[in-house]
Design a binder for this molecule. Structure first.
Ligand code: GLU
Length: 311
């Protein structure tokens, strides 16, 4: 049976946007009779905070969400990513990249730089063996990139947003410090865990063409996708810690009140209506989810009430 998942990065407490995404991912999975998995995306050890994974799981439980099987941690799955990388390397789909961030920025902003903005300009694609050896001798540790830039635009069908096309650049598979990159790990994990539908925040939509291309290159099944609307901060950018009290413990309300406001913000409950996740299952129709994002304004007299009214 295809499964659903929520895959947070344990880099701090979940904010209201993450919590709403978790609720929606849970609803998508449970209404289709799928299992629901939680996966901790903890590969970026510099950003992982001790205790954060436990805190995030406690918050999901406090909202009344449950999941199947053990929580997987990407840090324990490096062998799977290494095997996938070996396969790509054997097929000539990988090349080392010695560029620093500054060099990429500079090359990408050149007048004839690659589009879309920020795409890897391909500097290291054509390095000779001697040039590679020279850079290695300088002590540079290469990242490994996926050779993709010759591909045409990739079109992905999203359950909520319809057809979305994007060009795929030569993205990183493994960083210079040896850390496997998000795109590689997520594709390997979603396939290995049998995830049939990936439900996540719309901010990750731009990664999706890369992930589809990578899944195909690895001979893995391509998941279905549903990118759900974001909760934004008062400045219109994606909700983040810098917006203040944005976490379950920070908003100063009991978890049931937060669940109610999150449900109301996507049209699944009336403002302040007491609901349980099970109530929401009966009401949830994925296609009725609005694509509009919601704004969280901690300075409003009643921020949770305002969130609920924004549906
Ligand atoms: N770990 C990612 C995040 O917290 C989500 C990855 C995904 O859902 O594909 O932003």
């Amino acid at each position: 049976m295809p499964e659903g998942r929520f895959a947070p990065s344990p880099t701090g407490d979940l904010h209201l946007g993450n919590l709403r995404t978790a609720l929606l991912a849970w609803l998508f999975a449970r209404t289709s009779g799928s299992a629901f998995r939680v996966r901790m995306e903890d590969l970026d050890t510099a950003r992982v905070r001790p205790g954060s994974a436990e805190g995030q799981l406690a918050d999901l439980r406090a909202l009344g969400l449950d999941w199947d099987g053990p929580v997987e941690h990407q840090s324990a799955r490096a062998h799977l990513y290494a095997r996938a990388l070996d396969r790509l390397e054997a097929e000539g789909r990988v090349y080392p990249c010695f560029c620093t961030r500054a060099e990429i920025r500079e090359a990408a902003s050149a007048p004839h730089g690659p589009r879309p903005e920020g795409a890897y300009p391909g500097t290291c694609l054509t390095l000779s063996a001697a040039e590679r050896a020279g850079r290695t001798a300088e002590g540079r540790l290469p990242a490994l990139r996926f050779r993709a830039s010759h591909l045409a635009a990739v079109t992905v069908t999203d359950r909520l947003l319809g057809e979305v096309s994007g060009h795929v650049d030569d993205f990183v598979l493994r960083r210079g410090d040896g850390t496997f990159a998000y795109n590689l790990a997520v594709v390997v994990d979603d396939a290995e865990q049998g995830i049939g539908e990936v439900v996540r925040g719309a901010d990750l939509l731009e990664s999706t063409p890369r992930q589809v291309v990578l899944a195909r290159a690895l001979g893995l099944p391509v998941a279905a996708y549903a990118h759900v609307p974001l909760v934004l901060g008062p400045d219109g950018s994606r909700l983040a810690k810098r917006h203040g009290a944005v976490t379950l413990r920070g908003v100063g309300a009991r978890p049931p009140a937060v669940l109610s406001a999150l449900a109301a913000s996507v049209g699944l409950a009336a403002a302040r209506e007491a609901v349980t996740p099970a109530d929401l299952l009966d009401r949830f129709v994925p296609e009725r989810l609005t694509a509009l994002s919601t704004t969280w304004d901690p300075a409003a007299p009643d921020p949770l009430g305002a969130l609920a009214r924004r549906c």
